[in-house]
Design a protein around this ligand. Structure first.
Ligand code: PMP
Length: 417
């Protein structure tokens, strides 16, 4: 079957109710009401296949990896290595050695900042990010900039929540040593034009990191086509377990970089007269990793691939359209982030109601949304806000979930206005 035919078949067979059955937590209650989970941008819930993979490793396949000669350790090692191959295929990496397992996207960015960018920075140098970054893609750069007398510069965001690409380009200067931008904003939902961003970086000979923490679960990611220098994401937003993240980096960069942490596994030979490093990616994976978590991340990728990322994207786009129309009928609601290219996030404020109050009132109806600054304080400042409320969708959400949200929001609006 060709690609188009595969996608068409998947579209016909996309059955959200069948998918929901795979997520045991969706059958539970919150505050005595059926759970309406609208916080997938913070973390997705886990399908049975992922939960079972975790349990199965500990029940039947668990031992430390890459050390044991015995069968169990070899089996665990093979399953761990296979998970890396799954990540490689999922993001179309050229080579499994370009996949480094970290704790999360945050650690992956810190690794690049400390092991790649720091050595390139001197006084007066700049790192270019955008105003819509998550703190994870701001603070690690600030930390190395401060140590080197360099600074972090933020490209502006328009009122609609789009990256101002012309201003972005103007901010690329001879002093710019690194560019780091988010693919999909966790607050605005904006899908940034990463192909253009990577193109601009390349045209100026500047390395670029793309934060794909909110991208891999919503749209196809092909690292070879995009051709950035580094891409990071977290397993827990991709229906996988928390505690596992991925750094993809070009082999030539990873080879040239010093290790991140020292310890077991990351060495080739240790002696008191000098120690040498293991090959990539092991050079960056000191100590025992989250073995079961990594294997379960592989199961999460299998789950996503079984449904198809294109089918997931289509389903979520429908929810986003439906939800955008529905919540805008709520009196006093202001939508933050109205870019035409958007993933499944609805961030808003409600006149007269503090986001905290909205979150608490919705909680009473069994609806889980996120309130606060969503780890994006500079972005909130840009929109003149200290906090907002955010409903975000995943593969298992339905128009019924959005109806419940809208109904509750009407009730809250009625109480506070
Ligand atoms: N970047 C973005 C855009 C995010 O949404 C998040 C998580 N909210 C992160 C980075 C950090 O992810 P983690 O906490 O899993 O490291």
């Amino acid at each position: 079957m060709n690609d188009a035919a595969t996608i068409a078949t998947r579209a016909e067979t996309f059955d959200v109710e069948a998918i929901r059955v795979e997520f045991p937590i969706l059958a539970t209650e919150m505050q005595g009401r059926p759970l309406v989970y609208l916080d997938s941008a913070a973390s997705t819930q886990k399908p049975r296949a992922v939960i079972d993979a975790l349990a199965r490793v500990y029940e039947a396949d668990y031992a430390n990896i890459h050390r044991g000669i015995y069968d169990l350790s070899q089996r665990a090692s093979a399953m761990h290595d296979e998970a890396r191959r799954k990540v490689e295929r999922f993001i179309n990496a050229r080579d499994w050695r370009e996949i480094v397992f970290t704790r999360n996207a945050t650690e992956a960015i810190n690794l690049v900042a400390q092991c790649f960018t720091a050595a390139k920075l001197g006084p007066g140098d700049e790192i270019l990010v955008s105003e819509m970054e998550h703190h994870a893609n701001i603070v690690p750069w600030q930390m190395i900039a401060e140590a080197k007398g360099a600074k972090v510069v933020a490209a502006p965001v328009t009122d609609a929540g789009e990256l101002d690409l012309e201003a972005f380009e103007r901010l690329i200067k001879p002093e710019t040593r690194m560019i780091a931008t988010v693919w999909v904003s966790n607050v605005l939902g904006t899908i940034n034009p990463v192909t253009e961003i990577v193109g601009l970086a390349k045209a100026h000979g500047i390395p670029v990191l793309i934060d794909a923490a909110q991208a891999v679960q919503h749209l196809p990611v092909d690292v070879q086509t995009l051709d950035a220098d580094f891409i990071v994401f977290s397993g827990h937003k991709l229906y996988g377990p928390s505690g596992v993240g991925v750094l993809w980096g070009k082999a030539a960069h990873l080879d040239a970089m010093p290790p991140y942490q020292g310890g077991g596994d990351m060495i080739e030979r240790v002696s008191f007269s000098g120690t040498t490093w293991n090959e990539i990616p092991f050079k960056f994976e000191a100590g025992t990793p989250d073995i079961a978590g990594i294997i379960a991340l592989g199961a999460a990728i299998d789950f996503v691939e079984r449904i198809g990322i294109e089918a997931i994207a289509r389903h979520e786009a429908e929810l986003l359209g439906y939800g955008t129309r529905a919540i805008q009928q709520v009196p006093g609601l202001r939508l933050i982030g109205t870019a035409p290219e958007k993933a499944s996030v609805l961030t808003f404020t409600l006149e007269g109601a503090h986001p905290q109050d909205i979150g608490m009132m919705l909680d009473l109806d069994g609806i889980a949304i996120r309130t606060g600054h969503h780890c994006a304080m500079p972005l909130h400042e840009r929109f003149g806000l200290s906090a907002s409320a955010r409903a975000s969708f995943g593969v298992y959400n339905t128009t019924g979930d959005i109806d419940a949200l809208t109904k509750s929001l009407h009730r809250v609006a009625g109480m506070f206005q």
